[in-house]
Every structure is written in C-alpha cells, then in structure tokens.
Write a protein that binds this ligand. Sequence first.
Ligand code: AP5
Length: 227
Amino acid sequence: MAATNMILLGPPGAGKGTQAERLVADYGLIHISTGDMLRGAVAGGSELGLQAQAYMNRGELVPDELVIGIVRERLDAADIRAQGVLLDGFPRTVAQAEALSEAIIGLALSPPVVVNLTVPSAALLRRLTGRRMCRQCGSIFHIDRDEVEVGTPCPVTGCGGEIYQRGDDQPEPIGERLAVYLRQTAPLIEYYTAKGQLIDIDGDAPPPVVAERVEQALSAAGIEKCE
Ligand code: AP5
C-alpha cells in the first residue's frame, strides 16, 4: 500500500510545528518544514539562504521558484516513498500547490490529506510573541507554558542548547506574516476543499487536545497511527 502523505495548513502560530513533532512520531512520516529548511540555509550562509533572508525578515514569502525547487528535490527520495511525508509550511501559494500536485503525480506518491488548523487571530499574536525555540534540537516552547527564556539552556533532556527568539516573531513581521497568510495562503483552503482533501481542525485548545482532535479526524478518514 502507498505511504500516507500529509500537509499541515494554517496561519503563522496555528501550531503546525508543534503538531508536526507528534505526527511524525505517531505516523512514522518524514518531516519537511520549509521554514526550518530556509532558516538552516540562512544560518549556513548558502546561496539560497542569502536570497531568502530579506524576505523572511520582512515576513514575506520567499519566491515560489526557490521554495518549489528545494521541496521537489527532497520529495524524490526513498525514505519518503517508503514512509510518507508531512509537509509543514508548504504549499503556501496556489502556484506551490500546483507544483506539488505535479510532483506527486510525477513521483507516483499518494495524494496528501490536508490538515487545516484554525485559530483566532488574537491567540495567534500571543503564541508568536511568546514563542521561544532551541537552536540545537529545534524544540518549540512558549513562555506561558515552559520555563524558558532567551539565553537559558534548552530543558529537553540531554540537549541544553541555546534558547532563542525567531527574528520574525516581532510585532512588525508578525503583522506582515498574518496579512500574507490571508492574501496568499488562505485561498488554499478552498483549493483543497474543492479537491475533497481538506480536514478542518479547531486548533484553539492546548496542544495535547489539538493532537487528539487530529488523531480522531485522521482515524475517521481511515488513517491510523503506526503500531
Ligand atoms: P514558517 O517557519 O513556516 O513559519 P509560519 O508558517 O509563520 O509558522 P510558524 O512556524 O510561525 O507557526 P506554527 O504554525 O509552526 O506554530 P508553532 O507550532 O511554532 O515560515 C517562516 C518564513 O519562512 C515565512 O514567513 C517565509 O518567509 C518563509 N517560508 C517558509 N515556507 C515558505 C514557503 N512554502 N513559501 C515561501 N516562503 C516560505 O507554535 C507557535 C507558538 O504557539 C509556540 O510557542 C507554541 O509553543 C505555541 N502553541 C502551539 N500550539 C499551541 C496550542 N494548541 N495552544 C497554545 N499554544 C500553542
């Protein structure tokens, strides 16, 4: 049977990265986060990073041709054919969705189920301004829930990496990211609804409750966790 593929859709701060950590563990999927890939490219000073940095700092989308290229290349891999992929932060435009659809057909992968996390705007702002991350293990925290601040060691057992705040988690880029989402990414809700691939999940609850909702909705769609 062909491996299951998933897309996590939702505005900035909807909890895509948080739910992705659990989904990849529970469903054995390979995680592709375009945000993480781009931040890695910026930190590594690669050509892609140099091109992407200014867009990301402003809260704008990186041009489609750059992002589509890196995702298409990563999708053509044996681990993804065998285990399935969880796409987090991609696609973000209709052009990206069309390119993904072509790649999926070309690589003979199964059509993705699209999990759309919905969260009210006021909650998104608080989530984003309070987010802290670990530079080493990539774990995602929130100052309201976790005992972390910029400069403290990562509390994950055996990690101890540096906790930092993303440069685009400041009020100005956050405002731009939310506006960009409404303008360029929200149309994908209709796009995938028309294809019968979208599952809406109310993401306005603590992470374990949202995870439970996702699991139930996936189970209803015939997708079960790994043993
Ligand atoms: P990206 O990294 O994808 O950022 P984003 O979509 O803005 O999403 P976030 O990472 O901000 O939020 P999230 O939904 O993952 O929330 P999280 O789980 O962390 O992209 C960054 C930039 O890269 C873009 O602006 C763009 O420039 C570029 N880029 C990336 N992909 C691109 C593409 N395809 N095309 C073009 N450009 C692209 O949670 C947020 C906070 O809330 C955390 O503190 C978390 O602890 C907390 N939280 C999570 N869930 C809950 C909950 N249920 N209740 C309470 N708090 C919660």
